[in-house]
Design a protein around this ligand. Sequence first.
Ligand code: HEM
Length: 472
Amino acid sequence: MSQRLSIESLYNKSAERWLAWIRDITGLGQDTMTAAVAAATIAAILLTTTITWKHLSPSRKPVPFQGIPTPKGARPLVGHLFSIGRNRAETFHRWHQELGPTFYFRLGTKNILVLADPNATHDLLSVNGRVTSDRPESTIRYDFGEKEIKGIAFGQPSSKHYVALRKSVLYALGPKKLEEASPILCAEADEFVDIIATGKNIEPLPNLMRVSLNFIFLTVFNQRATSTHDSLYKNAMHIINTAMNLTHFKYIASQFIPVLKVLNPFIGIKKKSLDFHINTIMPFYLELIEKALDSDQDNMTKDLNEEMNQGKRGYYNNLLATIHDVILAGTDTTAVTISWGFLRISSMPEIQKKIQEEIDAFVNKYGRVPFFWERDEVPYMIAVQRECMRTRPSTEVGVAHAVSQDLEWQGTLIPKSTWIMANMTDAHLNPDKYQNPEKFDPDRFLGKEETMASSMNQKIKDRDHFNFGWGR
Ligand code: HEM
């Protein structure tokens, strides 16, 4: 006790001496001094608190994925690899139900953010598109021999040719060209109808693949396959199917678990992919490219070669990668979308009847079937197409984007290299957007006959589907 008193008295004495000294040199009175000391004490406390707080939270940068939930089951090194299962869309749906519209999970060293809310997806992929439009680094495309060869689907928006290439591809496939290509589309569709009208059992998918492939091949090369037995069709399908298989996890696992790169040469994965590119993909496209450049008709190969190589012959690596992308991206997606549509309505005779009546009415009036731009004459058919695509989006979770630099987004940090997936399947099941989302109900799209492309470009609140249109 006496010890404490003596410390206090010591402290008081030395404080008094300091105050007297300050009074002497400033000439301030007792009251003014008390106020000044109180103000100085408060300022000192504030300063110390600020410095300590700043020190504890350096630059107040948000913590990665703060507030964004992640599913249970992550394991060291592999992350959620063993929790995903065979059906990714089903697992994501379950995780959304447990965790909400936004979650992230880990695959080896990569963080993957999955979004089902269209507003959040739009904000992240479109509004912040400058940093979220990259593609993740791909081990697949390296096999064209040079790192910078990425074509369009794996090209980075910042890379040399991407913007010009995309413009050329969009122009070559845009509404004006589509109108010009209508006779091609109609001839292909007529041939498909002749095949299914034989009354025999046929598998629609290969025939639909040929229809979509022919449309793209005629646009790109002025070439078409005359049947599913034609070697052009068979070789193209072999390439499409093998390229799709090469995106299987076992071929790209080293992107997520880098240590596996050491094993790749021993288990032959790299070699298989490289052999396929050099011995199958390249000769197939090189022959078609040469023929297309020799052709006296216009085609997309000529346009792209002009854009990329100023028309010179012999520099085909990036051109080849781009053409390969257009064929991969356009054939399977279109054929699978139409096949799902057929499957969906095959058990709905009422819906088939309504479509039939609508088309019959058009044929009676004009003596022909409708063109693409006569959509408002067949609103029910368009509504069925939209409802099929809502309930079965062909790409389920789209094509992954990657974050090119650390991004502060909605109070959290999305670190550089995070993958982003726009979950179309779940966006299309949002009850706030679609009443009774589980019900197949084409009527919800009646009065929305504009093209998918134009509705995609509307304000996010007015968009009626989310199959495409996320920033790139
Ligand atoms: C129902 C049919 C189709 C669906 C559902 C579909 C869907 C998609 C999706 C989701 C993407 C990724 C977009 C993104 O990065 O966020 C994409 C990219 C792409 N699609 Fe399609 N697509 C279809 C038809 C086509 C067709 C017919 C072509 C060409 C003939 C095509 C060419 C491309 C290309 C070149 C890309 C890459 C664009 C880029 O990365 O910048 N697609 N498509």
